[in-house]
Design a binder for this molecule. Structure first.
Ligand code: ATR
Length: 274
């Protein structure tokens, strides 16, 4: 990289974003010059806001709520991953043009691989709770990782049926009220809903039918040990927390802007959770 990194995360609101801490830590560790800030852009001002970033010479930016879908219309090119997931979370600016991609599926998979390196995704049976934007990235990742089947359940069934179109042969949609019994004979359970997050309702689920050998992951990371993960751990299941997905999804973005693929370690996780 020749010129200093000039990158940011855009969203509304943005002040609670952990991305400046994550990227700032990597800029420091690699002795780079440059900055990564949080920039608040309201939906009504998205196009103008992006134009300003281009004019100011930004190398790129991360995209968070509520712009992950709307930014797609402003991109000159979007890669296959982001198209399939239906959202862009990372943009590279080159010669005034915007290239959109999505690193959430990578982040999800790398988190599990780092925390449970012996867990094998090939030919396993999974249950995915939720059918929002996060679920789309998780299902994309599970498909690429070679799982055998995905049972998908969501409070609003139509959203699950819509997501099923991403991989009709792989995904089976079941009613939300049947979520407890779906856990029978499954190898992997992931919660992609916002249930269990600080300030949200708890995820009501009975894990009795889930084999003790199954791995359980929650993409909620505040609190770090959600009620789901606590319950799972108490009955002997291995669990992976959600913070790693946030950390790992930032790595390919940093690489795209700097040509350096940064690492995620416990020290970074502790720093972000402080
Ligand atoms: P994200 O992009 O982070 O996935 P989202 O698109 O708002 O966010 O999705 C939130 C998910 O949490 C959805 O699966 C949502 O279910 P609905 O599609 O039925 O809205 C789920 N969710 C949120 N609150 C819920 C609740 N009280 N009970 C069950 N599911 C809930």
């Amino acid at each position: 990289m020749t010129k200093p990194l000039k990158a940011c995360v855009i969203g509304y609101p943005i002040k609670h974003s952990k991305s400046p801490l994550i990227h700032g830590s990597w800029i420091h560790d690699h002795g780079l010059e440059g900055s990564y800030e949080a920039i608040e852009i309201h939906s009504d001002n998205l196009e103008n806001g992006i134009r300003n970033l281009i004019d100011q010479g930004y190398s790129g930016f991360s995209v968070t709520v509520p712009h992950k879908q709307t930014i797609m219309d402003l991109c000159d090119k979007i890669d296959e991953k982001a198209k399939t997931i239906g959202a862009v979370n990372t943009v590279i600016i080159k010669d005034g043009k915007l290239y959109g991609t999505n690193t959430d599926a990578f982040g999800f998979l790398e988190n599990i691989k780092q925390k449970e390196p012996d867990f094998n995704f090939e030919n396993i049976s999974c249950v995915v709770l939720g059918a929002g934007g996060a679920a789309r990235a998780v299902i994309y990742a599970l498909q690429k990782a070679g799982v055998k089947e995905i049972t998908l359940t969501n409070r609003t069934k139509e959203r699950a049926l819509d997501l099923q179109r991403m991989a009709p042969d792989l995904i089976r949609v079941e009613d939300w009220r049947d979520r407890n019994k779906l856990l029978k004979n499954k190898d992997f359970l992931v919660n992609t809903t916002s249930l269990g997050m600080q300030g949200q309702a708890l995820l009501e689920i009975d894990l009795d039918a889930l084999p003790q050998t199954a791995l359980v992951n929650d993409i909620v990371y505040a609190p770090l040990m959600t009620d789901l993960l606590t319950q799972a751990k108490e009955r002997g299941n291995k669990v992976v927390t959600g913070i790693g997905m946030l950390l790992h999804q930032a790595r390919p973005a940093f690489e795209l802007w700097t040509d350096i693929m940064p690492r995620v370690d416990q020290a970074l996780e502790d720093q972000i959770l402080k």
